[in-house]
Ligand binder design. Structure first.
Ligand SMILES: C[S@@+](CC[C@H](N)C(=O)[O-])C[C@H]1O[C@@H](n2cnc3c(N)ncnc32)[C@H](O)[C@@H]1O
Length: 281
């Protein structure tokens, strides 16, 4: 039995291998040896709170039938990296409304958009899309849209659904948009909440991008945002996921990736229209 030093459990090599293999296989997320201390610091509290005396005991439990029903989901919540921001990589939102949408709407009167924010984290990305589209609708009232937001982590989906953020978090939102889309917390003035009429525009779903099917209809989506998610996957897995996106997008539809992600070297029916923005051919 390993005793924790100053209340901190060390993960033995075998447990690290077991956990990292599982996470890579099930969720696509690479966990090289350099991530071991990050994992230890994220999981330490959980191991303690379950009253376990070692990582071996902890993993035996979370991979047991009982653990798979409950705790395993919370472990995934702790392992994923959820960093996100409102108007992150703002050029994407400008491109969408200033360059792409006017032309796209003209082709075959596509006035109803189906958009998916895949790996939406705590909601900043789908809410930025809502604000961007609602602003665009002021001059293009014929546009309607559906917005699906998904993640593997239930915890972040719950946060997104609540739509409550610290004031500092909404700093990137322009003042006029803050007034239109956000309201001040009644009990805590350091918090703001997305107004209910905008919160309810997003549909949430837990989707693991490693699954063979996402329960979505082929050639039915106009736009997929999957930014800063695939970066945690290896190249072959990234290509597999993007191929599934291509099947879900209509011809002419767009895929937005994160600033450090690319499809270079992949054989996909996509053409680059802007850095990290791709169109299905
Ligand atoms: C760094 S955040 C990116 C959030 C947002 N797209 C952005 O760019 O700001 C990455 C998100 O991907 C999610 N994720 C990681 N692996 C996933 C998988 N296999 N399926 C679905 N989501 C996953 C994580 O839970 C996390 O919330």
């Amino acid at each position: 039995m390993e005793s924790p030093v100053n209340g901190f459990f060390r993960m033995d090599e075998e447990s690290f291998e077991r956990l990292s293999q599982y996470v890579t296989q099930e969720y696509g997320i690479k966990l090289p040896a350099t991530k071991k201390s990050m994992l230890e610091s994220r999981l330490n509290k959980k191991v303690k709170s379950l009253g376990m005396s070692s990582y071996k005991e902890f993993l035996d439990f979370i991979f047991s039938d009982e653990g798979k029903q409950g705790e395993l989901y919370h472990v995934i919540d702790l392992i994923t990296t959820n960093k996100t921001d409102f108007f992150r990589e703002a050029a994407h939102f400008h491109f969408l409304t200033q360059q792409f949408l006017p032309g796209y709407q003209n082709q075959g009167s596509r006035n109803h958009l189906k958009i998916w924010s895949a790996g939406c984290s705590t909601g900043e990305e789908p809410y930025t899309l809502i604000m961007t589209l609602e602003e665009y609708k002021k001059t293009h009232p014929e546009l309607t849209y559906n917005l699906l937001a998904s993640d593997i982590s239930i915890r972040v989906i719950q946060t997104a659904y609540q739509g409550i953020y610290d004031l500092e978090k909404v700093e990137p939102v322009p003042l006029e948009m803050k007034r239109t889309y956000l309201m001040r917390g009644k009990l805590n003035p350091r918090l703001v909440r997305v107004k209910p009429q905008y919160r309810k525009k997003i549909q949430y779903k837990r989707i693991n991008l490693m699954d063979d099917h996402y329960g979505l209809v082929k050639n039915d989506l106009d736009i997929i945002f999957c930014r800063n998610v695939l970066i945690y996957f290896d190249k072959a897995t990234q290509e597999k996921v993007i191929r599934k996106f291509c099947n879900l997008l209509r011809p002419g539809g767009l895929l937005f990736l994160g600033h450090s992600e690319s499809i270079m070297g992949m054989d996909l029916p996509l053409r680059q229209v802007k850095p990290t923005v791709y169109q299905v051919q």
